[in-house]
Design a protein around this ligand. Structure first.
Ligand code: AMP
Length: 298
């Protein structure tokens, strides 16, 4: 079926409301575009589990705390449409900040504070610390998208682990939608698929898979019985130590009990999280150590 393309929240809201009134379930995947295999896996899963799939493509200025990063972020809306259609998407919604928040953008380009959504306690630490304001931007837009689309289920990728927790908490507070967390899709050498990979030079592209190797080795350590949070964290950091990447954090958290700071003592479940710069490109990745991503109970 040909993909429906809508650009205003009111058109998207009407379209979705009509489908819901017909009794159809809506799966939703929020993206910033430049879609790759990781995004497509979310779209395919949404297509399997729902009658219709809505994909949003919106490079959200609110979640960038670095204007160069926002300018350089890859964009390919025509390619995105083709990929979404091929993966079974029904409607692609591309909005603008002004469209979401008419009359609420200040002269400095920032959204007026009253329109911002609190991302909650999962936003504290790690990404929240290194990217101040990032999760406020994520929560604000995801909340608007949930309001417009009112999906039955929304799909998020575990690569952006903390974002999954923020989205889950937001959905819980609203009472909908059901948040489905999806495992990370990787390139053959282990590097997590990311729109930002397009920006890597050949040299940094060769270096970047060390992130997944360090996370994978830490999972092996877990599988061999190591449960001490500090030991796991040091091992993860050491795995990255020899690389040329500039590591912002290499951390361990209890995925079921998020803490802004490093946990101490033994853990019953754990996730390893890394953010590192490969030249000018900031990459993040995460790996659950205690499970291959089945039921997380999150
Ligand atoms: P983004 O366009 O980077 O904002 O990502 C949109 C959604 O796709 C988010 O829920 C991401 O976590 C998810 N995603 C991005 N990369 C991957 C990947 N390699 N595997 C699975 N999901 C991903």
């Amino acid at each position: 079926m040909e993909l429906v393309r809508l650009e205003t929240p009111s058109a998207a809201r009407d379209w979705c409301a009509q489908r819901r009134a017909e009794g159809r379930s809506i799966g939703f995947v929020a993206t910033m575009g430049a879609l790759h295999r990781g995004h497509m896996t979310l779209v395919r899963q949404a297509a399997q589990e729902n009658d219709l799939v809505v994909v949003s493509v919106f490079v959200n200025p609110l979640q960038f705390n670095d204007s160069t990063d926002l300018e350089r972020y890859p964009r390919d809306i025509e390619g995105d449409c083709a990929r979404v259609e091929e993966a079974g998407g029904t409607m692609l919604f591309s909005g603008t900040l002004e469209g979401f928040f008419p009359g609420q953008i200040q002269a400095d380009g920032e959204l007026q504070p009253a329109s911002l959504v609190d991302p909650g306690s999962a936003a504290l630490g790690l990404e929240g610390e290194f990217r101040p304001g990032h999760f406020m931007g994520v929560a604000t837009i995801v909340n608007s998208l949930f309001e417009v689309i009112e999906p039955t289920r929304a799909y998020f990728g575990l690569k952006d682990f903390q974002q999954c927790l923020v989205a889950r908490d937001l959905a819980k507070a609203r009472g909908n939608p059901t948040v489905v967390l999806c495992r990370t899709i990787r390139e053959e050498d282990g590097l997590a698929c990311s729109s930002r990979n397009l920006l890597l030079t050949l040299e940094w592209r060769d270096e970047a898979p060390v992130i997944q190797r360090a996370l994978g080795a830490t999972r092996v350590l877990w599988q061999r019985g190591e449960r001490d949070a500090g030991v796991l964290r040091d091992f993860l950091a050491e795995g990255l130590g020899a690389s040329a990447l500039s590591v912002e954090y290499a951390a361990i958290r209890d995925p079921l009990a998020w803490t802004p700071n490093d946990p101490t003592g033994t853990l019953d479940q754990a996730v390893g999280l890394v953010a590192a710069k490969a030249g000018k490109v900031r990459l993040i990745d995460s790996l659950l150590l205690h499970t291959d991503g089945g039921d997380l109970g999150l």
